[in-house]
Design a protein around this ligand. Structure first.
Ligand SMILES: [Mg+2]
Length: 322
């Protein structure tokens, strides 16, 4: 596989697409479904400013930086992500229910990344055993950078997607969704198509493989508005996939139509549009994301769009050993 300008454009599209979907969806979060003809506009919301992304992309950036510094397959990368999450949550404007419940259980010595990581994992397991519904979309929404760390080979992607999910979301459905979506993004960056999603599903155990095939095939034929509510990981990934596969456009038109559809469906709009934007952005590249949106996105840690582009480029370059 050749690392060329088009491939780097698609790698940047994964992170920029995620951030644009997030910033577009935030002002519509928990709103009612919108009519198909309703205009979807980038605007300030009750908590976030115009073009500002939210916890989804904050955490994706933390994971991307951790992977770039230490390699996604290392414990140090997981410890770095845990440390960044913990630092970030002290001033975060909004954190998902499951993730904030995990953080609330941590009493660790913050100066010790290993201890913090261990406590976060324990808190996540405790949350899972205390709550029947622990299948939130809070790890799927931040999985995009992991795909960029494995462009030169699939080995290790499943374990990395699983480990980073399990920092806060340990359910099988959560890490499997993270892995499938990461494979989809990886394939979109490498090959410019969506086949990676099915390659990812094929790597799972036979029972999970059948389940996921059914879920994603069903998403292609189901009215996207049926995927509301969508705070749970399965309805989130199904909506994101429905929005992409049921959008009869290509290039910049598909990017815009797919993320707008996620927003129109309502409920957890920043997260569904972020998940969708990460894949459709990877498929068509940063250059096909509307510049009037991408030029104004910004968020933690004082990043603008060019910082996301640099992070994505560096992850892709490091993946190819450059
Ligand atoms: Mg959010």
């Amino acid at each position: 596989m050749k690392l060329d300008a088009d491939l780097l454009d698609r790698a940047r599209g994964a992170l920029v697409g995620q951030a644009v979907g997030d910033a577009l969806g935030q002002s519509y979060e928990f709103g009612r479904p919108l009519a198909p003809s309703a205009e979807v506009v980038m605007k300030a919301g009750p908590m976030f400013g115009l073009g500002e992304w939210t916890d989804d992309t904050d955490q994706a950036v933390a994971i991307g930086r951790a992977g770039l510094a230490h390699g996604f397959s290392s414990d140090r990368a997981l410890q770095s992500a845990a440390t960044q999450f913990f630092e970030w949550q002290k001033s975060a404007k909004d954190i998902g229910i499951q993730t904030s419940s995990v953080f609330a259980r941590i009493m660790a010595n913050e100066g010790d990344p290993e201890e913090l990581f261990r406590e976060m994992m324990q808190a996540t397991r405790d949350y899972a055993s205390a709550h029947e519904r622990h299948h939130g979309n809070g790890s799927l929404m931040r999985t995009s950078p992991i795909a960029l760390g494995f462009l030169d080979g699939r080995a290790g992607l499943l374990e990395a997607a699983k480990s980073f999910s399990e920092l806060t979301h340990s359910a099988d459905e959560c890490w499997q969704a993270c892995y499938i979506w990461s494979e989809a993004i990886r394939g979109a960056v490498l090959n410019g198509n969506y086949d990676g999603l099915w390659h990812g599903i094929d790597q799972l155990d036979p029972v999970s493989r059948e389940l996921w095939r059914e879920r994603m095939k069903a998403a292609e034929k189901t009215d996207p508005f049926e995927f509301n509510p969508n705070g749970y990981v399965i309805s989130s990934i199904q909506l994101a996939w429905a929005a992409i596969t049921q959008t009869a456009y290509e290039g910049r038109y598909q990017f815009k139509a797919a993320v707008e559809l996620c927003v129109r469906v309502g409920d957890d709009t920043d997260t569904t549009a972020a998940i969708c934007g990460s894949l459709v952005g990877a498929r068509w590249g940063d250059s096909n994301i509307p510049a009037e949106w991408s030029s104004i996105v910004h968020g933690w840690p004082d990043y603008k769009v060019d910082d996301l582009r640099t992070l994505a480029t560096n992850l892709a370059l490091s993946s190819f050993g450059n």
